[in-house]
Design a protein around this ligand. Structure first.
Ligand SMILES: *Cc1c(COP(=O)(O)O)cnc(C)c1O
Ligand code: SF4
Length: 360
């Protein structure tokens, strides 16, 4: 299907036949009221309307299961707010910070870990004063070696705005690496033009782009070409994938995805265990199921194709590799986890209860 523009509601998706007739009058309409919805023309073109279990549709089309919220799920699953010294900055690890300039995305993923912060009703875009304060924070903290632009999706910003941010970061001597986390090369590949690519580079700094993609079908010819344009211009690329039930919880699919990254000069970086975002339990598998899948990749595909399987410890305690001695199976459905500072945590966090219906 070829669309002229991005679809932004259950009613628009229904009209485009990406959701069944009657959806806008059924309970799933409440999902569209509660969480942001956006499907770009490139994503709509990828959806196979004849497959009720299409792995692309599952990532972007609202599902009534999103109204079921579990007790262990949290509005801020990885604890961004607990580590935010000034608006737009998350400083959890000594040598690197997140800079969240914008809370808008070209698409809205149904499993998004920041679903309570992104979208039209989310935290919005930093004001010029807030951006000044955020960059001032980076300049004042000499231990910051890397800035990670995330959000939201920083590549929704215009080339002019990105260039402004990069020029200001270029003036910070102790900063060496700028990393962008984005889905744009896949979901809106035409945006990656020469102007935008130049804007991502800053003299004296190394630019990395981490591409978020979850299924090999997302790496279409236009998406591959968009990545090649960035890499040819001197930008290094890495991947990040969220392990999702019904999308890529299969060793064959993961192997194909990781190979596609490597074939396109994108080094597999992280495979994220899905976070405890509200209304996303239909996407989550157990840590042991994830471990079994990742272990199957080891013998099956090249070492270049091996991502690190990562859990972000709920509450803001940082990331931990799931296949490490820091994550111990207690055998009763519970894991004991040690964070990078030595703190101890249970996963899933207690208490665990029966599903209940979300309010409004
Ligand atoms: C994920 C994350 C990072 C980046 O972690 P890496 O392991 O370097 O990729 C940095 N800061 C915060 C707050 C994060 O959540
Ligand atoms: S692109 Fe990232 S931040 Fe945006 S909706 Fe998807 S997971 Fe969330």
């Amino acid at each position: 299907m070829t669309l002229a523009r991005t679809l932004r509601s259950v009613a628009e998706l229904e009209k485009a036949r990406l959701m069944p007739a009657g959806s806008s009058g059924s309970p799933v309409a409440r999902v569209g009221e509660r969480y942001a919805v956006a499907v770009t023309p490139a994503v709509a073109a990828l959806i196979d309307g004849n497959d009720p279990n299409d792995p692309v549709a599952r990532q972007f089309i609202p599902d009534v299961a999103e109204l079921t919220v579990l007790a262990e799920e949290r509005a801020d699953p990885i604890g961004d707010l607990a580590h935010s010294p000034v608006e737009g900055i998350v400083h959890r690890y000594p040598d690197r910070v997140l800079l969240k300039a914008v809370h808008v995305c070209p698409v809205y993923c149904r499993f998004c870990f920041r679903r309570e912060m992104v979208g039209p009703a989310g935290l919005g875009t930093l004001t010029p004063e807030e951006l000044d304060t955020a960059i001032g924070y980076i300049a004042a903290h000499h231990e910051i070696w890397e800035v990670i632009l995330t959000g939201g999706d920083p590549l929704v910003l215009s080339a002019r705005r990105l260039r402004e941010i990069m020029e200001r970061l270029a003036a910070v001597d102790h900063l060496k690496v700028v990393r962008f986390h984005t889905r744009v090369p896949v979901v809106e590949p035409e945006r990656i033009d020469a102007d935008l690519i130049e804007a991502l580079k800053a003299s004296g700094k190394t630019t990395y782009v981490a591409l978020h993609a979850n299924h090999p079908r997302e790496l279409t010819a236009p998406a591959r070409a968009a990545c090649a344009r960035m890499i040819d211009a001197g930008i290094a690329m890495i991947s990040q994938t969220v392990l999702l039930k019904g999308v890529n919880d299969d060793a064959g699919v993961l192997a194909e995805l990781m190979r596609a990254f490597v074939e396109n000069r994108i080094r597999p970086y992280y495979l994220h265990h899905p976070d405890l975002a509200p209304g996303t339990s239909h996407f989550r598998l157990g840590l042991n199921e994830g471990r079994a899948l990742v272990e199957q990749l080891r013998g099956r595909i090249s070492g270049l194709c091996q991502p690190t399987y990562i859990l972000d410890i709920p509450g803001g305690h940082g990331k931990v590799p799931v296949l490490s001695p820091a994550v111990q199976d207690s055998g009763d459905g519970c894991f004991r986890i040690v964070d990078f500072r030595g703190g101890q945590h249970l996963y899933p966090p207690q208490p665990v209860s029966e599903p209940y219906e979300a309010q409004g």
